[in-house]
Design a protein around this ligand. Structure first.
Ligand SMILES: [Mg+2]
Length: 260
């Protein structure tokens, strides 16, 4: 097994999720398929709730802004009296599927998706998956005195669902904090400086683990230590990237000097 020694100044491990702790397929296939397959049932079950109606209003506004786009699906306004619920639900379903087919990330779409996932996780219908080395390694790091944070482009709210409702149960207590793109984009080095400031450490106290080399480059530019995580299902690396970066295929390959 390859062993990568963690530099002694490192006191914080910062984790990406997709492709690092969790198979990309779980996010891309399981979570997104769940929306497509269940959005209609969700709308039927929650239609009378204020939150659901707010989600629909946002989607309706977004649909109006999108009306010039090819294949755009409009959502009819609510008309008092007439029972047009079925028609409206179908329009919302069609709009959501249309947006998702284009891989759009509009706030309106993300908000409804977040609520559908929240219901699914809370009901135990969906459980987040981690590579088998992940949770035992995080426990070991914590025992060795490391702080562990998450930095993902998924919202902090979504991150908490993943770690709160996983195949390993609720493991939120294993994390000292969460960051999303509110602190900045993952391919901008300034984001990593802000994260260090927010944690109250210096960038070179942080080791960032990610599968995406552009993120690794940005972190390194900010003086953060990085290792690129190679997992089944991840995008391949070029030969240059393979020789340039420290690579690990499992969190077990990280060797903490403080744990000896
Ligand atoms: Mg990733």
């Amino acid at each position: 097994m390859v062993v990568l020694s963690v530099p002694p100044e490192v006191t914080v491990i910062l984790l990406d999720i997709e492709g690092t702790t969790t198979p990309i397929a779980f996010v891309k296939d399981t979570l997104f398929s769940y929306i497509r397959e269940n959005v209609k049932d969700y709308l039927h079950a929650h239609w009378g709730e204020e939150e659901c109606q707010e989600d629909v209003s946002l989607l309706r506004k977004q649909a109006e802004e999108d009306s010039h786009l090819d294949g755009a699906v409009l959502i009819p306004p609510r008309s008092d009296g007439a029972d047009d619920t079925e028609q409206m639900i179908q329009a919302v379903v069609d709009n959501v599927c249309w947006q998702m087919a284009l891989d759009r990330k509009t706030p309106a779409l993300k908000q409804l998706q977040g609520h559908i996932w929240r219901a699914a996780f809370a009901a135990g219908t969906v459980k987040a998956e981690f590579f088998e080395d992940v949770v035992p390694a995080i426990r070991k790091w914590r025992q060795a005195g490391m702080k562990v944070y998450v930095y993902s482009s998924g919202s902090v709210e979504a991150q908490k669902l993943l770690f709160g409702y996983s195949t390993e149960g609720d493991i939120l207590e294993l994390f000292d904090g969460h960051f999303d793109t509110k602190i900045g984009h993952k391919i901008e080095s300034e984001s990593y400086r802000r994260i260090a400031t927010s944690i109250g450490c210096s960038p070179n106290n942080i080791l960032f683990l990610t599968d995406v080399t552009r993120e690794a480059n940005a972190a390194e530019e900010a003086d953060v230590h990085v290792a690129v995580v190679v997992r089944p299902g991840n995008a391949g690396l070029t030969d240059d990237e393979k020789s340039y970066f420290n690579l690990i295929t499992s969190f077990n390959e990280l060797f903490l000097p403080s744990s000896t």
